[in-house]
Design a protein. Structure first.
Length: 99
């Protein structure tokens, strides 16, 4: 049995950045945008939720590691990642060296 591909994403929520992981980015974005019970507490209060960056990172464990490292970065470094939109290998290498 093959493992599902996991994705790392960054959302803009009324000017604040939210980091998350999922196996279905479109569904997860819709859940966050709806503000319902499946939305993260962070995104429920936001009037607008916009996907800013999304990249497939492979396994769940790789996604969890990348999410943890990305959340620890300062806002300026997160915005640089959004602007550059690096691919999976570049992003994971960068996160490993930044934290």
């Amino acid at each position: 049995m093959t493992e599902q591909a996991w994705w790392l994403y960054l959302l803009d929520c009324d000017g604040r950045l939210y980091t998350g992981i999922t196996v279905d980015p479109q569904r997860r974005l819709a859940e966050h945008a709806s503000g319902g019970g499946r939305a993260a507490r962070f995104t429920r209060a936001a009037r607008s939720v916009t996907l800013r960056y999304c990249v497939e990172v492979g396994s769940r464990s790789a996604a969890l590691r990348a999410e943890h490292r990305l959340r620890r970065l300062p806002r300026a470094q997160k915005l640089a990642i959004i602007d550059e939109a690096p691919g999976t290998e570049v992003l994971l290498t960068r996160l490993a060296t930044l934290t």
